[in-house]
Design a binder for this molecule. Structure first.
Ligand code: FAD
Length: 351
């Protein structure tokens, strides 16, 4: 029996050929199956990123993205970069030209295509994880509040527990969201009636021309599972959150309750990418899908979770195309039987 590390290695080798030289563009695709996963090896011809050596952080070429996503699906990125600092990000932006650039958070709301992502993928998982000590201040009302600056790569669950240590209330509802702060801001992630937007004081990002830009909450528009920025593109590097002082025991108890409720209602032991569909106005996507008897329905190795109908799980070796076909099928069924058009919440990336 091969262990997980070996399986990943084999799949990686099959994807990347010898992996000795980094090239881009003009691909001839060879569909293959390795250990049950359909993959596509890129026969890549000339055109490289000659500037990659300027990056101080880690650069992985032809890196398979499946292990970087919670649903464990996705082909290779031409280059996956873990920047060491802001300068590294600016180097990427300065040199990327017309090649695609994708920012990867914790990959918990993401479906990467089987062919993977062309161009450069940036992950802030290595650095950009600093949390500054809370700065307390007193409001006119007498309440004590605090401002906390955190890197975009910090995990939301870690941040929520950090706030609890300082008896800061407001984030306990979000403790079960498995993504990064950067991803939570983009998605305006929310749970138990609280949205990330409610905590935001400012967001700092790097614009496509390499400028560091700080936006206050008034510059942003928050919608259901979406934050709208004044201009579209940018890489969030950090944010300031503002929370109120509360009771540490109550905060801890609330977090414990949320986490145990999730464990009971969500398929947390099977790879998945969270809620697949947004809740339609006045209803729940999971309830609708379950009411049509679609729980357990599978395409290939992707299935509608038996535990929660708004989750699609990877039962082992599922491909992105299995998931897409299953999503389309569920959408069509719901549309035909209820007239409701479900919108996807998960982000799909790649060809
Ligand atoms: C088991 C499970 C439970 C979940 N429960 C919830 C829930 O209760 N509520 C909820 O809202 N969501 C939930 N999710 C979905 C997911 O965790 C959230 O949407 C989360 O905010 C995504 O963050 P991420 O870091 O994983 O982002 P990713 O999935 O990696 O990316 C999401 C998007 O954000 C962009 N992005 C990420 N980081 C940055 C950055 N630094 N700068 C610019 N763009 C960036 C990406 O390009 C992409 O477009 C759940 C997921 C799972 C697997």
């Amino acid at each position: 029996m091969l262990n997980e590390a070996w399986k990943r290695r084999l799949i990686h080798i099959a994807h990347s050929g010898t992996g000795s030289h980094f090239n881009l563009k003009t691909k001839i695709e060879y569909p293959k199956t390795v250990l049950g996963q359909k993959i596509h090896q890129s026969n890549i011809m000339s055109h490289s990123f000659p500037w990659l050596h300027k990056i101080k952080g880690t650069v992985l070429k032809n890196e398979i993205l499946a292990p970087y996503t919670s649903i464990q699906i996705g082909g290779p990125a031409d280059a996956l970069i873990f920047p060491e600092d802001i300068r590294d990000i600016q180097t990427v932006l300065k040199n990327i030209g017309s090649h695609p650039l994708f920012v990867l958070g914790e990959g918990t709301n993401l479906l990467v295509s089987d062919r993977g992502l062309r161009g450069v993928v940036i992950s802030l998982q290595d650095r950009f994880k600093e949390i500054k000590r809370p700065l307390f201040f007193r409001k006119e009302t007498g309440n004590r509040r605090a401002v906390i600056k955190a890197g975009a790569g910090v995990k939301m669950s870690y941040l929520a527990k950090y706030m609890a240590r300082y008896a800061l209330t407001g984030m306990e509802d979000l403790v079960g969201i498995p993504g990064s702060l950067g991803g939570a801001i983009i998605m305006n992630a929310g749970a138990e009636g609280t949205e990330t937007s409610q905590l935001i004081r400012s967001v700092t990002r790097i614009t496509p021309d390499g400028e560091i830009e700080t936006l206050t909450r008034d510059d942003l528009i928050f919608e259901y599972r979406k934050t709208i920025f004044p201009t579209e593109k940018g890489i969030i590097i950090e944010a300031e959150l503002e929370l109120e002082e509360g009771d540490r025991t109550e905060i801890q108890n609330a977090m414990d309750q949320h986490l145990s409720r999730r464990a009971q209602t969500q398929p947390l032991t099977v790879p998945n990418s969270g809620s697949v569909f947004k809740n339609p106005e006045g209803d729940k996507a999971g309830r609708l899908i379950e009411s049509l008897g679609l729980k357990g329905l599978s395409v290939g190795n992707a299935g509608v979770s038996i535990k929660h109908a708004n989750f699609i799980v990877n039962k082992g070796g599922a491909t992105a195309s299995d998931v897409i076909r299953l999503i389309d099928h569920v959408k069509t069924e719901v549309k035909n039987k209820t007239g409701i058009e479900l919108q996807t919440e998960i982000i799909t990336a790649g060809e």
